[in-house]
Design a protein around this ligand. Structure first.
Ligand code: IVH
Length: 688
């Protein structure tokens, strides 16, 4: 199904053109002036390209006020407008997300420079395309005197007060710099800072931000600098504006790369991801390498930028309208798209948790087709006010589950009904209750509820638990709905005839399931404990419990006090374990599973295991060369350490990888030692 709400149905280009201009004006105003985008960038770009296409067919219909003739928006009235000494250009965008984007650019550059095939590859600088907002920093005699937004490229807004609050922007630079120097770059908000800001906003009952770029733009355009100062912003330098110096001490720079190195020396942050690339192939390699790192970076990027490195060649190539011929932006696939909500369903989880889920018209976003997005809980649905039929912004970044980030209320149908959590479990009809202090409704049906039983079975059979290969959702549905099995141990009582009688189950596949069940009988204690599906007991906790107690009976009989001795186990987890094993029917399930031949090797209790990192708190930042951040976290936790999100005096070590940002500064400020991945591995294995 297509979510393309705007495929031209109107045969008349002229009326389509008027409508597109109206929409683009409206969306452009919301985006540039109000910092409150009405639609995702991809949607804006799509409409913009449609308009460009129509105008290309009818050049006579192009008017000076068409959005295609103007980049950016007006300065806000409340800020003083600043005319840029040197216009702030935009960059031509290659929308082709394949290798051809880089090849097209290289081909154009070579043609414009009159290079034939025998000429050596052109030297480029490749940079991330930071997803924040462009700022011009003006220094006179080494002192920051003005910071301005890009605005429409000719004039922007004076946001000096707010930009001065950004720690990464130097207020002074060495005296030896040109008398007038304008450094251009991107103000952005790091992902961790963004998450922390939204948490604070939520706690205060204030509006949260859709994404880091909106949060950064909002902060820079904040009229009250005191509020701006509380918004954690960062900066990367990437270009030069006006530069004036006495002829004698003009810095003899020849390349863009040198310029960036010089900025770095003067104290400006320059991304470590900036590289020299020779020829189209190295640009392609760069694009692919950065695309792979995208989700692990500490900040959002929406593509990469290629620039001709030689300043002399840049000057020779010049500009077309507002875009330099020597640079191009090569975008990544969008992580936000529009789609419609077909309905809101309530799903029942293993522990009875009721989760509202938006069923979406299929949409390709962040590299995958998305048809469901969790709405988490009642408060979340309320906060976002998502309704069936709504047009919504869906975001999917990396492996993170897709999310509805906003609703386009202006496209809502008049009869769209507000969503309410049902008072009963939609599957078994038992009462649904929301306990005080909890965000979730739960079905009170327990084992009566077939949805809970199904989920419990799927949880037990999953790869990370005892692993019953081939036992998937469809099969479990049939087994439970047809009353073939009721509880976990029933799985091991299945016979060939009962299985082979099921829908689409030939004898061969039935035998495969029986073989898989047989194989799953031999498991390990942590897998078994995790597989029981006790609330709050994840894989890591199950491992800890197994290591600490050695035997299942010891875990089942441990008192709350004894459980609390296990690292990683706090009062909530301890009481959840006790509650579970205090229920005779749960013990019965365990006994029956054992009787059915499910077994594992028991070990000796190891309560005094060495925990080299006990009592130590770590913060992880940047991209580690050899492991994901989650892996690093797990390694630290298994060695008894704690991982925290922000650096404070209490932090023992900061583990820093590439592109470490504000946390690194903070660590230095607090005198927190900074280590790399290698040192971390040594510590975890009990070294030093
Ligand atoms: S260079 C002459 N480099 O992209 C080229 N721009 O349309 C001037 N941007 O909003 C820009 N990362 O804020 C350049 N590494 C980078 C960039 C970058 C992001 C943004 C910039 C502006 C847009 C340019």
């Amino acid at each position: 199904m297509s979510t393309d709400l705007f495929t031209p149905t109107d045969p008349s280009d002229r009326s389509r053109l008027t409508e597109l201009r109206r929409q683009l004006h409206e969306y452009g105003h919301r985006y540039y002036v109000l910092d409150d985008p009405a639609v995702p960038d991809a949607e804006y770009d799509r409409l913009f390209r449609q308009l460009q296409a129509i105008e290309a067919r009818h050049p006579d219909l192009v008017t000076p006020d068409s959005p295609t003739q103007r980049v950016g928006g007006h300065a806000l009235d409340s800020f003083v407008s600043v005319r840029h000494a040197v216009p702030m250009l935009s960059i031509r965008t290659e929308t082709d997300t394949e290798a051809s984007g880089a090849r097209n650019f290289d081909t154009r550059v070579r043609r414009e420079l009159g290079l034939d095939e025998s000429a050596p590859p052109v030297v480029y600088v490749a940079e991330p395309k930071f997803d924040g907002l462009a700022i011009n920093l003006r220094y006179e005699h080494g002192v920051l005197v003005q910071a301005a937004t890009r605005g429409d490229g000719e004039a922007g807004e004076d946001v000096t007060q707010n930009v001065r609050t950004i720690g990464q922007v130097p207020l002074r630079i060495p005296d030896s710099v040109p008398q007038v120097l304008e450094v251009r770059g991107e103000v952005y908000m790091g992902r961790d800072d963004f998450a922390a800001l939204n948490n604070r906003q939520r706690e205060k009952g204030q509006k949260t931000f859709v994404n880091p770029r909106n949060a950064a733009a909002g902060a820079v355009r904040q009229l009250d600098p005191a509020i701006a100062a509380q918004r954690p912003l960062s900066f990367f330098a990437y270009g030069l504006g006006e530069s004036r110096s006495a002829e004698s001490d003009r810095p003899a720079l020849e390349s863009h790369f040198e310029l960036l190195q010089t900025f770095k020396r003067w104290g400006f942050p320059v991304s470590d991801l900036v590289v020299i690339a020779r020829g189209a192939q190295e640009l392609i390699d760069y694009y692919e390498s950065v695309a792979r790192q995208r989700d692990q970076l500490g900040f959002d990027i929406d593509g990469v930028v290629y620039k001709v490195d030689s300043l002399a060649l840049q000057a020779r190539m010049g500009f077309v309208t507002r875009e330099p011929r020597w640079a191009v932006a090569h975008k990544f696939p969008a992580q936000e798209q529009l789609t419609t909500v077909l309905g809101i369903e309530v799903q029942v989880g293993r522990t009875g948790k009721l989760t509202p889920v938006a069923k979406l018209a299929p949409v390709f976003v962040g590299g995958a087709t998305v048809t469901n997005a969790t709405l988490h809980n009642e408060d979340e649905v309320r906060r976002k006010d998502v309704r069936a039929g709504d047009t919504v912004v869906v975001r999917r970044a990396g492996d993170v589950i897709p999310e509805v980030v906003a609703v386009l209320v202006d496209r809502r149908l008049p009869d769209a009904k507000e969503f309410n959590m049902p008072p009963q479990c939609p599957v078994c009809g038992s009462a649904a209750v929301r306990e005080e202090g909890e965000a979730d409704y739960r079905c009170t049906g327990g084992l009566v509820c077939s949805a809970q039983r199904k989920q419990a079975i799927l949880h037990f059979a999953q790869r990370r638990a005892v692993e019953v290969e081939g036992l998937g959702e469809k099969l479990v549905d049939q087994l439970v709905d047809g009353n073939v099995i009721r509880t976990l141990p029933d799985l091991y009582r299945l016979g060939l005839t009962s299985l082979a009688g099921l829908d689409r189950m030939a004898e061969k596949s039935a035998q495969n399931i029986l073989d898989a069940l047989q194989k799953s009988r031999q498991t390990t204690l942590p897998r078994f404990v995790f597989g029981l599906g006790i609330r709050h007991i994840g894989e890591a906790t199950a491992k800890e419990l197994a290591r600490h107690f050695g035997k299942l009976d010891a875990i089942m009989d441990a008192s709350v006090e004894q459980l609390l001795e296990v690292s990683d186990v706090g009062p909530i987890v301890a009481s959840s374990l006790r509650t579970f094993f205090d229920q005779p029917h749960n013990r019965e399930v365990v006994e029956q599973l054992r009787a059915c031949g499910v077994q594992w090797e028991e070990g000796a209790a190891a309560p005094s295991d060495r925990k080299p990192l006990a009592g130590k708190t770590f913060v992880i930042t940047g991209t580690l060369p050899g492991m994901e951040r989650d892996q690093a976290r797990e390694m630290i936790e298994l060695a008894g350490g704690k991982v925290s999100a922000s650096v404070s005096k209490k932090t023992t070590f900061l583990v820093a990888g590439a592109e470490a940002g504000s946390k690194l500064d903070k660590a230095r400020e607090h005198g927190v030692p900074v280590i790399d991945e290698v040192a971390l591995r040594e510590l975890c294995h009990g070294g030093a």
